[in-house]
Write a protein of this length. Structure first.
Length: 232
């Protein structure tokens, strides 16, 4: 029976502070201005924002980070992604609506996302709410119903660029440091040469490696990485 590793080595979730911007500094600064501490509902612009880019460019990280920042300020937000099923109602108490991976929405999910969008921009009570959405394609190319697709392109649109190898190394090093683990150059070289170079996949691999190292009480080395993969 495998022992459960304690979470003492796990880093915190996505935040705006631990997002490595690289070529995406403009998008990060936009989100910081909107969701930063000290900003209030009265000073925030309700103009929608849409992020798009390839897998691993940081879209979901930024949406989750914004949600975390708003909740830390006592705000409530609505979250929707392709994994959410049923028909959750729009909540008048929300200060923002976050729509992730919109390119994957089913017909029913598109209808719900459109309902949330309209209620956010034209609420029955209170001020307009912000809509922050993300997808893999620019708004005009999204495989969505026309009314939702056009609304996603109404406001600010940012294309997120994947990080180059130097930046990916910096992110992996930053995440390892946050977890309190030592990630040697040889292990990083092995990860970048043998596995998907998608940053999200690399971060997931690092998390699995950290948990396996805790469980086996061993330092992170290439033999440990190989042993982890063989044990799966």
């Amino acid at each position: 029976m495998k022992q459960l590793a304690l979470d003492i080595g796990l880093a915190t979730g996505p935040t705006l502070a631990n997002f490595f911007a690289g070529p995406n500094e403009a998008a990060l600064q936009h989100l910081r201005l909107w969701a930063g501490e000290g900003s209030s509902q009265a000073t925030r612009s309700p103009v929608p924002t849409y992020l798009w880019g390839a897998a691993g460019s940081g879209k979901s990280h930024l949406l989750k980070a914004v949600g975390a920042a708003l909740r830390a300020q006592g705000a409530s937000v609505g979250w929707f992604d392709p994994g959410v099923h049923g028909r959750p109602e729009f909540d008048e108490g929300w200060s923002a609506v976050l729509l992730d991976d919109v390119h994957l929405y089913s017909t029913a999910q598109q209808a719900l996302a459109f309902n949330w969008f309209v209620n956010a921009i034209s609420p029955g009570s209170g001020a307009q709410r912000w809509v922050l959405a993300a997808g893999s394609l620019p708004p005009a190319d999204l495989p969505l119903r026309d009314d939702l697709r056009s609304r996603l392109g109404w406001g600010h649109v940012f294309q997120l660029q994947p990080l180059d190898e130097t930046s990916r190394r910096a992110v992996l090093r930053q995440e390892a440091d946050a977890r309190g683990i030592f990630l040697g150059d040889e292990v990083m070289d092995y990860m970048l040469s043998r596995f998907s170079r998608d940053l999200g996949s690399l971060m997931q691999l690092l998390g699995q490696l950290d948990a396996y190292a805790l469980r086996t009480q061993r330092a992170i080395t290439i033999p440990l990485l190989k042993a982890m993969l063989e044990s799966e």
